[in-house]
Design a protein around this ligand. Structure first.
Ligand code: SAM
Length: 336
């Protein structure tokens, strides 16, 4: 029987940026608000209800991105689980023609109650941010609102909820948490999760630890790893190890500062108030909210998206930001 291709998936030219990089991955911030106050991040305790995109607006926007070739959407923030409609938003997105995976990045504090509803809504991948296994350290890094017991309970719930992937993201900070990297790996592996170590980017306080040093620290702390070809959707590279039960496991590394991966960038970002930000480490933004609210046709939104990505910079400017030469947009609402 002849195969009839889905019309829009073949008739729309794929979304490309100025460098010819294909954009297939959308990071969507659901809110600027966060209940944590991490030293290295800047978030808000306020969303302007007049500007934050509503669930229906998000669904329409994702439909436009899907027609342009986006296949994966990650919900982030702020803290995306602070939105009461987070599972509904995930469900809408998963039901969008063309979208193959919905993922979420969270501080984990609400996952004990939300892991199952999110899995049932079709979320396939959960990233839990966890910088330490010590309650006093978590308070020092992320403020009084951060309760380690809630995060660990949330991680356990995610591990049991049937997601295809659970990842544990750790930002490594010299003199703060670099002595417990091995423990973080073992804790994640025991739950079938993949730990990943992220180099600190210059959005706030803290001493970055280069990925090469993180690998040496892991070896010193009893985690023996070897090279692996495994890659995901994003900038992480992975190394292979073996857990205490003899299972093959992986550790991911995101060398945001020392291993520039801009040539492989496949993503765009939309802030909670509907601004398209082509690059995390660049300042340019294009507003989509007014188009959504002014009765503009989807084609007009598509044009705005294509126009913004056609201007996407070849590389980020974080090194310049680290040395004070340029100012980045705060992490708030861009979603890491
Ligand atoms: N609230 C959610 C969470 O905690 O995962 C989602 C938003 S948070 C901005 C997303 C990720 O960005 C977290 O893993 C966080 O650790 C990371 N992040 C924030 N600021 C960072 C920085 N300056 N350098 C590296 N990673 C950072």
């Amino acid at each position: 029987m002849a195969h009839t291709p889905e019309p829009f998936l073949v008739s729309t030219p794929p979304l490309q940026d100025a460098q010819g990089r294909l954009i297939a991955y959308l990071r969507l911030s659901l809110t600027d608000r966060c209940n944590f106050r991490c030293d290295y991040c800047s978030v808000s305790d306020y969303d302007d209800p007049a500007t934050v995109l509503a669930r229906e607006e998000i669904a329409r926007l994702v439909g436009v991105f899907a027609r342009l070739g986006v296949r994966r959407v990650r919900l982030t923030g702020g803290e995306p689980t602070l939105r009461k409609d987070v599972a509904g938003i995930a469900r809408d997105i998963r039901a969008t023609l063309g979208i193959e995976e919905v993922a979420i990045t969270t501080n984990g504090h609400r996952l004990a109650e939300l892991a199952r509803p999110l899995a049932e809504a079709g979320v396939g991948c959960v990233n839990v941010s966890l910088d330490t296994l010590r309650a006093d350290r978590l308070t020092a890094i992320s403020g009084r609102g951060a309760r380690l017991a809630d995060v660990l309970e949330g991680l356990d719930a995610a591990a049991a909820a049937g997601f295809a992937h659970v990842k544990v993201n750790t930002v490594v900070m010299g003199g703060v948490n670099d002595d417990e990297l091995g423990d973080l790996v073992r804790h994640a592996w025991e739950r079938g999760a993949s730990p990943r170590f992220i180099e600190l980017m210059p959005f706030g306080k803290g001493v970055p630890v280069p990925t090469a040093r993180v690998k040496a620290l892991l070896a010193e702390q009893g985690v023996l790893l070897e090279a692996s070809e495994k890659r995901g959707w994003g900038p992480a590279h992975y190394m292979r190890g073996t857990d205490a039960a003899g299972h093959e496991r992986f550790v991911g590394f995101i060398g945001a500062m020392t291993e520039n991966f801009c040539d492989r960038c496949n993503r765009a970002r939309v802030t909670a108030d509907g601004e398209l930000q082509a690059c995390l480490g660049g300042a340019a933004r294009v507003g989509l909210r007014e188009l959504l609210r002014s009765g503009a046709a989807d084609e007009a939104i598509e044009l705005a998206v294509r126009g913004a990505l056609a201007k996407k910079a070849p590389r980020h400017h974080m090194e310049e930001a680290a040395s004070g030469l340029v100012q980045l947009m705060p992490m708030m609402g861009i979603g890491g």
